[in-house]
Design a protein around this ligand. Structure first.
Ligand code: CTP
Length: 407
């Protein structure tokens, strides 16, 4: 199944390094040419000779050696030759180095010099995994097309049951096969031929020329969805409220300010869309009157009257016409119950539920509820990872004709 594929397996200094043996065996059984690269720390946990024997190839542990002798300028040649680089286990330290562009050993140098696809299987202590710096680094790598598998929940080396365990070698191999089986043009062109409209960010409802009512939405989830949908081959239009997020490559971005502008942009771009994902935090209320001159402070108390905005998603749900409609629910309590109500009231195919506290964060714990009532819960992970999970789910819900490029 992996005939003719060169896979670099990077092994870093986590307790799960011993599982690299099973991973090498599984990859070899599928006829991959496996080249193991170990960090110094990894060699303290497992012997290179074991991995050399199992892989049938020299193991690289040092940047400045002649090994593998069959390749000129070994680390660059290896980087160029690889179809895929798997790093399993991958520590927080290596994730940080890769996100920060540091190449100070054989593995990080090879990764930096390689155009191959990259698959990371993180393994670390649960608190390290939750550390915002680590999550930030994972989000950065996600944007740069690194793929992740795991970590899983389970008994950790430190003796607690929590998130941080490396995915099973079987799951890592499965993810590798999926990545290598994909068309070279995009990571996973399973949305090729699909038109996807995504909204992102928060809206700003003007009080006067200076002030507005807004919310804390960063737009990270909507932008991650747009980038992932594009990488998976979709024709993506992103209607965005004001955000700091960078426009994803190849995506048509329409910038709007308030709920009214967002509604107009969504309705104008709605025809022909196969999938609409409303990830934006649209204001539910706007000032009834917008003052055209700056308000001066006069009285001790200032009362502002607000009026309801149009619920764009509910409006789309009333005239769906076969479009797959996906909403978001940011809740502080009774998450599932509230989201189920929104799913049915707005006539959605899928609703993504997260806690309102995730709104500005790089990662979130999502739950997906589909129109059939199925509920799926996912552990805390970076938003680019959640984006792919949401897209996988959407794909499972839409009727599709086969992609002619893959036949
Ligand atoms: N939404 C919308 N138009 C609005 C308000 C919300 O399209 N005027 C969409 C959001 O983009 C999101 C979904 O509706 O996909 C849920 O929004 P949320 O604010 O969480 O829920 P509401 O339905 O507005 O209910 P409530 O604020 O009472 O929780």
């Amino acid at each position: 199944m992996l005939n003719g594929k060169t896979i670099i397996l990077g092994v870093t200094g986590g307790i799960a390094a011993y599982k690299a043996c099973e991973l090498v065996s599984r990859l070899k059984k599928l006829n991959a040419d496996v080249r193991v690269v170990m960090t110094k720390e990894a060699t303290k946990l497992i012997g290179p000779i074991t991995l050399r024997t199992l892989s049938g190839n020299p193991v690289v542990t040092d940047l400045f050696t002649d090994e593998p002798a069959d390749l000129p300028v070994p680390h660059i040649a290896l980087a160029q030759k690889a179809d895929l680089i798997i790093i399993a286990p991958c520590t927080a330290n290596i994730i940080g180095k890769l996100a920060g562009g540091i190449a100070d050993d054989a593995l990080t140098t090879i990764v930096m010099a390689s155009p191959a696809k990259k698959l990371i299987a993180p393994a670390m202590n649960c608190e390290m995994w939750r550390n915002p710096v680590v999550q930030d680094n994972i989000a950065k790598l996600g944007v740069r097309s690194f793929e992740f598998v795991g970590p899983e929940e389970g008994m950790l080396a430190c003796g607690v049951e929590d998130i941080g365990k490396m995915s099973k070698p079987r799951a890592i191999v499965k993810a590798a096969i999926k990545l290598l089986g994909e068309n070279k043009e995009t990571l996973t062109p399973d949305l090729h031929g699909q038109k996807v409209l995504i909204t992102a960010g928060g809206t700003r409802e003007a009080i006067d020329p200076i002030r507005f009512i807004g919310n804390r939405s960063s737009g990270k989830m909507g932008y991650a969805l747009a980038a992932a949908a594009r990488r998976r081959g979709a024709d993506v239009t992103l209607v965005s409220g004001p955000t700091q997020a960078a426009a994803p490559e190849g995506v048509t971005v329409i910038s709007v300010e308030d709920a009214k502008g967002m509604r107009e942009a969504v309705l104008a771009n709605r025809p022909g869309q196969n999938i609409i994902i409303m990830a934006a935090a649209v204001a539910d209320y706007r000032p009834t009157i917008t003052f055209w001159q700056k308000l001066k402070k006069e009285n001790e108390v200032f009362e502002l009257e607000l009026s309801r905005t149009v619920d764009i998603l509910a409006e789309l749900g009333r005239t769906k016409n076969g479009t797959c409609l996906v909403g978001f629910a940011a809740e502080t309590n009774d998450h599932i119950e509230n989201a189920r109500a929104k799913l049915s009231e707005k006539n959605l195919d899928l609703i993504v539920v997260n806690d309102a506290s995730a709104i500005e964060q790089d990662s979130s714990e999502i739950k997906l509820i589909d129109k059939h009532g199925n509920v799926e819960e996912y552990p805390m992970q970076a938003k680019p990872q959640s984006a792919n999970i949401i897209l996988d789910k959407i794909i499972s819900l839409i009727p599709r004709s086969p992609d002619p490029r893959l036949s």
